[in-house]
Write a protein that binds this ligand. Sequence first.
Ligand code: ADP
Ligand code: MG
Length: 359
Amino acid sequence: MDFQQVFGKPPETQASAPGRVNLLGEHTDYNDGFVLPTAIPQSTTVELGFSSDGHHHFYSENLNEEVSILDNHTPSGFASYIFGCIEILQKAGHTIPSLSVYVKSSVPMGSGLSSSAALEVATLRGLRQLLKLPIDDVEIAQFAQQAEIQYAGVQCGIMDQMASSLADTEHILFLDTRTLERRVMPLPEKAEILVIDSGVPRTLATSGYNQRRAECEEAARSLGVKALRDITDVEVTEKLPEPLRRRARHVVTEDNRVLEVLQGVTSERFGELMNASHASLRDDYEVSVPALDTLVELLQKTPGVFGARLTGAGFGGASVALVAAGEARSIATHVLEQYKQAGYTGQILVPSLELSDAA
Ligand code: ADP
Ligand code: MG
C-alpha cells in the first residue's frame, strides 16, 4: 500500500530524517552534560497531503496500521508522535489544516536508534515544507522533544531530536545539552561505526532509568550544584555516600571523556574512551547486563576494533563500536559467531544490511 492507495490521491510533499547512535556521553543528557551522537544511514520518510474530510489520517507502512483522529483526543501508539508534532506547532501559533500522513522507515523500532525522533523530525520537516513554516532545525528538534514528552509521554532529553535534526552520517555532533552549544566534527579518521543489537530486550530500562535519574538529582543536591554537569573534578564526588558516589563518578568522568574528544583525538584514543565509558557504565553506573558485557568484550578484543561500549540507556539493547574503515561487516560476522557460542543471538544494525541489499 502506498500513499495513493491509502488516501486515493498522490502526496503533496515528502521529507525524511535519520535515526542516530550515541558514540560517547551516556546518561549525561539529563545531567545537563555533553553527548556525541551521529546519524545512522537508516531513516524515516513521511509523505504529506491535505485531507478533504476535516480529519487527520495517519498510516504507518511498517505497522500496516491507519489511525484517524476524529475527536481531537490524543491517540495512543505511533499516531501520538505525529499528532503531538501537529499540536505543538498549533500551540506555537501555526495553523495546521487536516492532513493525510504516510510513514515508512528503515530505522529499527525500539532498538535504541531513535526511530521516535526520526518520526518526529521527518513529520516536522514535512510540515515546514508543506506549509512554508518559518522554523529552523533547532526549533524542529525542540518541537519534536516537546511532542514526545507531552503527547507520547516519554520523559526524554533533547539529544535524540537534535541528532536527527542536525547530524549526518559523516560527522559527529558534539552537543552541550544545557546551552545547546554544538559543534559538528568529522568522524574519527579511517574509522566507521558498527552497531550490534545484543538480542536482549531492554526490560527494566524504564524503572532503572528513572532510578538513576533520581540518584543523580540527589547527588547534585548533596554537592550543592544545579546538575552534575557543574562538577568537573571527580575528587569532589568522593565525599558522597554509596551508591551516589559511583553514580556521580560515572557522570563526571563521562562528561570529561566527551570534552577530551572535543580537543581532537585519534581513532585509537577515541576507542579507549569508549572502552572506559563501558567500564564506567558497567561498574559505576550499573546499567549493563551480562549479554552486553560479553558482546562488548568480544568486540574489544577483535583486531580492527578501536573501542566498544553499550549504547543507549542499557539494561539490554545495542552496542556501538568504532572500527577500521571497511571492516565493520567482517568484524561483525566474526563477533556474532563467538557471541552465538556464548549462548546469545545478536544482530547487526549498522551498517544496514537491508539498505545495501536494496542499493
Ligand atoms: P526508539 O526511539 O529507540 O526506536 P522508542 O520506544 O522511543 O524507541 O520509539 C519507538 C516507537 O516510535 C514505536 O513503538 C512507534 O510507536 C513509534 N514509531 C517509530 N517509527 C515508526 C514507524 N515507522 N511507524 C510507526 N511507528 C513508529
Ligand atoms: Mg526513542
